[in-house]
Design a protein around this ligand. Structure first.
Ligand code: SF4
Length: 213
């Protein structure tokens, strides 16, 4: 349920962001931060070494009022070139997963933990995740989704501050700051492990049921 914006809610919002170390993103010259202002800031970010090798910052895209947000790991080559999340082969599979939920790409919001591509599509380094995750936290606070679907272990571990294997937690519903959180496999993993696709379809069915409630 979305709460009306009142001074009390704004205060809670400030405290929540401060807890997460993202108080810098709350105000911009006295105004409350918006997603588009945050996007402008992230586009200029030089806070980690990935700024030197990226072609484009990939902030995220979709419905800014989406009930459902998908969070992946980091941009790949196609995403880096186009500046959009999940546009390569993995993106096509994500589109199919979203269709299974009964939605289209424009009905949800899609973003990653890292906003810049790690060279050679290597795993995100801990330090990069630690710096960049504050943007993701602020992004999710601003979108305020009812449901978050994490794709792969990095998104899950970053949001929950844990170190789990995706095979252990996949499909197990949990929560993140008032939103329901369902972890599933990353589409790139599914492309390499097609025997797991049935489990991912099951997860999409679960999301469909959650959205109906
Ligand atoms: S990955 Fe994140 S922290 Fe690093 S430069 Fe890009 S936006 Fe900034």
């Amino acid at each position: 349920m979305r709460l009306p914006i009142t001074p009390y809610n704004v205060r809670n919002f400030i405290h929540a962001l401060k807890d997460m170390g993202v108080d810098a993103y709350l105000f911009d010259k006295g105004d409350v931060m918006t997603l588009s202002k945050l996007q402008k800031e992230v586009r200029q970010c030089m806070k980690c070494a990935l700024a030197a090798t990226r072609t484009n910052v990939v902030f995220g895209e979709g419905d800014v009022n989406a009930k459902l947000v998908f969070v992946g790991e980091a941009p790949g080559e196609d995403e880096d070139i186009q500046g959009r999340p999940f546009v390569g082969k993995a993106g096509k599979l994500l589109d199919q997963l979203i269709e299974r939920v009964g939605l289209g790409r424009n009905d949800v919001y899609i973003c990653n933990v890292l906003k810049c591509r790690p060279p050679g599509n290597r795993d995100p380094e801990e330090q990069e995740r630690d710096i960049c995750k504050k943007y993701l936290f602020a992004q999710l606070e601003l979108i305020d989704p009812e449901i978050i679907c994490t794709l792969g272990r990095h998104a899950y571990n970053t949001l929950l501050g844990v170190d789990e294997r995706i095979t252990r937690v996949r499909g197990v519903l949990t929560s993140y700051r008032g939103a329901q959180l369902l972890p599933t496999y990353h589409p790139s993993f599914l492309l390499r492990n097609q025997n797991k696709i049935k489990e991912a379809w099951e997860d999409m069915e679960k999301l469909k049921q959650l959205l109906r409630k």
